[in-house]
Ligand binder design. Structure first.
Ligand code: SF4
Ligand code: SF4
Length: 121
């Protein structure tokens, strides 16, 4: 029994580790991973369906330049992807970007990007 364990230990010494040296290395993100949202304001038709379907009330429709757009609070979001699925024009996409842990909840709010509206009045 002891010999078996010793042999296993020796074999393990020459094997590649299963862990990675985070944060210098990281494992690839799985296909289909749902991370931070990306909103395409040009495509958005202000229907509000994303806010209506959100089970966590993480989306609030805010008025900017006469139209309503989703403002998303990632601190409430469970990344279910329902908002992405229901959007009729594919204006919302959950990217593979992982939201950073932060002690400041306000930094987890995705505000409507007014600068994009300035470019496309
Ligand atoms: S992913 Fe789910 S919880 Fe997050 S904003 Fe969309 S619908 Fe709401
Ligand atoms: S469901 Fe899509 S089109 Fe409708 S408000 Fe949300 S992002 Fe805009």
């Amino acid at each position: 029994m002891k010999l078996k364990i010793i042999l296993k230990l020796i074999r393990n010494l020459f094997q590649k580790p299963l862990t990675v040296r985070f944060p210098h290395e990281s494992i690839p993100i799985a296909k289909g991973y749902r991370g931070k949202h990306e909103h395409n304001m040009d495509k958005c038709v202000s229907c509000g369906l994303c806010a209506k379907i959100c089970p966590n009330k993480a989306i609030e429709m805010v008025e900017v330049a006469g139209k309503k757009y989703p403002k998303i609070d990632l601190s409430k979001c469970c990344f279910c992807g329902l908002c992405q699925d229901i959007c009729p024009v594919k204006a919302l996409k959950l990217t593979q970007e992982i939201p950073q842990a932060t002690p400041d909840p306000s930094s987890l709010i995705i505000e409507v990007d007014k600068t994009k509206l300035d470019k496309n009045p």
